[in-house]
Design a protein around this ligand. Structure first.
Ligand code: CA
Length: 429
């Protein structure tokens, strides 16, 4: 009898654990191009830990962000909505220069607020870039704890006294990427007994180009000094991801944790040597090099391992996916969709009929194989399946396709707000 009771108790416990809400870890890198990651074909700089996410989960080969620069992409990521709907079209500039109105709209619920309301412990580590004023602080936007900096860039080697724990400055001494990894691991240690959401926003590999000294020797064979520095920065980022994944393993949470890895925009190659090939252009542009990014989703035991997913998806999808796995009702008015049934193979067809971009005078739309690029009074059309490098403009040869994408873009564009800060919009075609 005793044995039977124990068996029933064990079975119930097992069932309860299976039903428990999964933890969610969202890791974002900064200014990292696809082509530097081993998982996306990079050969020069080993990234075994980020690659392990692709081996253990689903690697998206048409993953996008909603803007080719930092802050607007993060606004879309946090809200699950195209950020131009609420005027968050541009970067703010540094704190001293930012316009008074800058900050993630307080009317838009964040992923952290939604998960918190679903019983999650919510922690953030890293770069915020969504408001400098007290009302926009991460802990006013759904996070229980915060360690990081509020701006868009930060020194790595002299973190100094403007790194915040909560709202209090701390005198951080460690190389900043290592400090963020340390804090993320500590957050997991403290939060592991209930469902948690960790938003880990590394500023690596964004400038300044500060080498991690202890990793320099490993890359002594890279002749170009800037590239060598970059290699140490990326290596530190990969080590940080590894530290977080090791912590999940140590606490036996791997099968109970959904992990996202993405970057906020394509690599600014001339600035930090990051590579976007075979994509055209870099950060700041709506060609693929600015918006087509590494995007990996791992949930061991729930999503297939080593799967490659080809249909276009976007960072806006992370918010509704997280809410769905947390057991929440689908939030209204989101542009993102729950990716889980698509990645698992339960749902066929693409998650989106179309994806759109507007960044000042540059605009773009992707529908199926086709991409429209609008800039400087000119419309270009590319077939991305045949021409991922956007070399051959087919707008003259395919007038009907051009019209179709232009009409879809115009409909979407008519729903957007004017930018609340930043450069005035120039006339578009
Ligand atoms: Ca960035």
């Amino acid at each position: 009898m005793k044995t039977l009771h124990a068996l029933v108790a064990l079975t119930l416990l097992g069932a309860a654990r299976q039903d428990a809400k999964p933890n969610i870890v969202l890791i974002i890198a900064d200014d990292l191009g696809c082509a530097d990651l081993g998982a996306y074909g990079g050969k020069e700089i080993p990234t075994p830990n980020i690659d392990s996410l692709a081996a253990g989960g689903v690697r998206l080969t048409n993953g996008y962000v909603s803007c080719p620069v930092c802050s607007p992409t993060r606004a879309g990521l946090m809200t699950g909505r195209y950020q131009q709907r609420f005027g968050h079209e541009f970067n703010p500039g540094p704190a001293a220069a930012a316009e008074e109105v800058f900050g993630l709209s307080l009317k838009e619920p964040t992923i952290a607020e939604r998960l918190k309301s679903l019983g999650y412990s919510t922690g953030m580590v890293g770069k915020w870039h969504l408001g400098y004023k007290p009302e926009y602080h991460p802990m006013k936007r759904g996070f229980d704890s915060y360690f990081g900096f509020l701006g868009g860039a930060h020194s790595y080697v002299k973190p100094g006294k403007d790194i915040l724990r909560g709202t209090e400055p701390v005198d951080e001494k460690e190389y900043l990427t290592d400090a963020f990894a340390r804090e993320a691991a500590a957050y997991i240690d403290g939060a592991k007994d209930k469902p948690f959401f960790l938003y880990l926003a590394f500023n690596a590999v964004h400038g300044p180009m500060d080498a991690s000294d202890k990793r320099l020797e490993k890359f002594a064979g890279i002749a170009d000094a800037k590239r060598r520095t970059y290699a140490t920065m990326l290596s530190a980022l990969d080590d940080g991801v590894g530290r977080v994944l090791a912590r999940l393993r140590e606490h036996k949470l791997e099968e109970r944790t959904l992990v996202f890895f993405i970057t906020d925009n394509g690599g600014p190659t001339p600035v930090n040597t990051s590579r976007n090939d075979p994509f055209r252009a870099t950060k700041g542009q709506v060609y693929e090099g600015g918006i087509h990014v590494p995007f990996i989703v791992q949930w061991k035991g729930r999503l297939p391992a080593g799967k490659v997913y080809e249909a276009p998806a976007i960072a806006l999808d992370i918010h509704p996916t997280a809410v769905a796995v947390a057991g929440g009702p689908p939030p209204e008015k989101l542009d993102g969709v729950n990716l889980l049934p698509f990645l698992s193979g339960d749902k066929a067809g693409p998650p989106h009929d179309a994806l759109f971009w507007r960044f000042g005078a540059q605009s773009a739309a992707r529908m199926g194989d086709w991409k429209l690029v609008l800039q400087q009074g000119k419309a270009e059309l590319y077939n991305l399946v045949e021409d991922i490098s956007e070399k051959t403009d087919l707008s003259v040869k395919q007038p009907d396709k051009l019209k179709e994408l232009q009409a879809a873009y115009d409909r979407w564009n008519s729903e957007l707000a004017e930018p609340l800060w930043g450069r005035p919009r120039r006339k578009r075609p």
